[in-house]
Design a protein around this ligand. Structure first.
Ligand code: ATP
Length: 251
């Protein structure tokens, strides 16, 4: 492992029953990198995120966050250590406002059980963090809107604001453009760019190839649970093995 790797995977493998879901994944992510993770459907991208965030424990190998072995650490410990994640499906509480959702994330990060009924002092601090996070994604004017009524693109922005409120070093974005109207794609792309400019390391699974290639420093290509290539967007797109993995799929 190199000194500056904020996240590293060493020979990571996952078997479920007789199935080999991930095989011998070796990956080092330097501080501040934006890495795209691509691959055909079923290649193992989401499972890789599950292994990194602690949803699933690998059956082989080691996951390190900032040099620390977190392979056996539960999700919340990894979150406290600086790992943030969004999911393919929305993780917002629909009955709460935008601000309340983001404030819950800030409170959870500050420690203790998250509650909307905190003491005023603590709530005030969490509220400031939440409002700053909403400003960073350009949603401060929507603070009092109900989460249930948001457009899909706005929900994605709120989810990113929730991540920001948890002050992560490493952010995993799982298909941030899924379900987003094409007109909203440029705005969300800018929000992701801002997330990265803030000094955070970003890993993003995304099928929207134009977005991936326009944003990331390197691309990791997965195929049948293995890492086929990790390289610059240009080199990856020119790689014959990658092209053949995608045969029959729109790249
Ligand atoms: N808990 C599990 N039990 C059995 N098989 C699983 C399990 N989790 C994932 N798989 C299988 O592992 C493979 C990889 O799944 P995964 O969801 O990680 O792929 P993906 O690259 O994220 O796909 P997509 O782009 O469609 O989201 C698939 O064949 C899936 O069916």
């Amino acid at each position: 492992m190199t000194d500056h790797a904020v996240l590293s995977l060493e020979h990571v493998g996952l078997r479920i029953g007789g199935a080999r879901i991930l095989h011998d994944i070796a990956l080092e992510i330097p501080v501040g990198e934006m890495l795209g993770v691509i691959g055909p459907n079923g290649a193992g991208k989401t499972t890789l995120f599950n292994v990194v965030s602690g949803v699933v424990r690998p059956t082989e190998g080691v996951v390190r966050l900032d040099g620390q072995d977190v392979t056996r650490e539960p999700i919340h410990r990894r979150a406290v250590a600086g790992l943030g994640r969004t999911f393919q499906t929305s993780s917002l509480f629909p009955g709460l406002t935008v601000l309340e959702n983001v404030r819950l994330a800030a409170q959870a990060h500050a420690g203790g059980a998250a509650s909307v009924f905190r003491t005023p002092r603590r709530t005030d601090a969490a509220t400031r963090v939440a409002l700053d996070a909403l400003a960073e994604v350009g949603l401060e004017r929507r603070a009092d809107a109900g989460a249930a009524g948001l457009a899909h693109g706005e929900k994605r922005k709120v989810e990113i604001a929730m991540l920001i409120a948890m002050d992560p070093k490493v952010v995993l974005l799982d298909e941030p453009m899924a379900g987003v109207a094409s007109g909203d794609v440029p705005a969300i792309t800018e929000v992701i760019r801002g997330l990265h400019r803030g000094g955070r390391t970003v890993l993003m699974v995304e099928h929207h190839m134009e977005v991936v290639l326009g944003l990331v420093d390197r691309v990791a290509v997965m195929h049948h649970g293995e890492l086929l290539a990790v390289d610059t967007p240009e080199a990856v797109m020119a790689n014959p093995a990658v092209q053949s993995a995608y045969l029959g799929e729109a790249v």
